[in-house]
Design a protein around this ligand. Structure first.
Ligand SMILES: [Ca+2]
Length: 223
């Protein structure tokens, strides 16, 4: 009996291997909901640049790889500095901030005091839980409030769903964990944090700030 040539053996092995791989290739990997950079550790804020304000062009450049879309008067700062003075990060070394004043934050048509991110890997109809840590700036004397929404892209024409609707941020200089549930209506949905002044502590601009850290999403197990 003629012996199989080494080349034929290799070919046969390759065919067997690829046949075995087909079921894995066809099976769709399970979707995992994702919020990138939910702890705001990227980019690493160095030295004097304790906080960034995207109204400054070089700061827009520095924040471009953060994964989040930052509106005016928002950004990332190091813990224990700037807006996060007297506050350690709830996770890692950096946090996000929303700084606002009465006039700016009362205009819903301008991208002031708002930042957001596209959550990916969602399954329409599936319930998810979003959680984050929030704190008011330790030295603020007025009251700020947060509106957090989840929605499809603006082109969908569907209004965003409020998870938190202008609820006061009562913990100043200390973290409070908030979690809310929603049912996905698309595979990608925008999570937005919007800061408002509800009771100005003084007439000066920028008297109130909210810090956010440790933003997470998880699937809610079906009963
Ligand atoms: Ca962090």
């Amino acid at each position: 009996m003629k012996k199989k040539s080494p080349i034929l053996k290799v070919l046969a092995a390759a065919i067997l291997l690829s046949a075995a791989a087909i079921p894995f290739a066809l099976a769709e990997p399970p979707k995992r909901p994702q919020i990138v950079n939910g702890s705001f550790e990227e980019p690493a804020i160095q030295g004097e640049a304790a906080f960034l304000t995207p109204s400054v062009p070089q700061d827009v450049e520095r924040l471009k790889d953060a994964g989040w879309a930052f509106g005016f008067s928002t950004g990332i700062c190091r813990a224990q500095e700037g807006y996060a003075e007297r506050l350690t990060a709830s996770d890692g070394r950096q946090v996000a901030f929303l700084q606002g004043d009465q006039q700016m934050s009362s205009n819903p048509n301008e991208p002031w005091n708002i930042f957001g991110i596209d959550m990916t890997g969602l399954e329409p109809g599936q319930e998810y839980e979003v959680s984050w840590d929030q704190a008011g700036r330790a030295t603020d004397i007025g009251a700020s409030a947060l509106r957090v929404t989840v929605g499809l892209p603006a082109s969908s024409g569907q209004p965003a769903i409020p998870l938190v609707d202008r609820e006061p941020v009562t913990s100043k200089g200390a973290w409070e964990t908030v979690s809310r549930r929603f049912t996905a209506t698309g595979e990608v949905m925008r999570l937005n944090f919007n800061h408002f002044i509800v009771e100005p502590g003084n007439p000066h601009e920028g008297s109130e700030s909210t810090l956010i850290d440790n933003v997470k999403i998880k699937k809610v197990a079906n009963p």
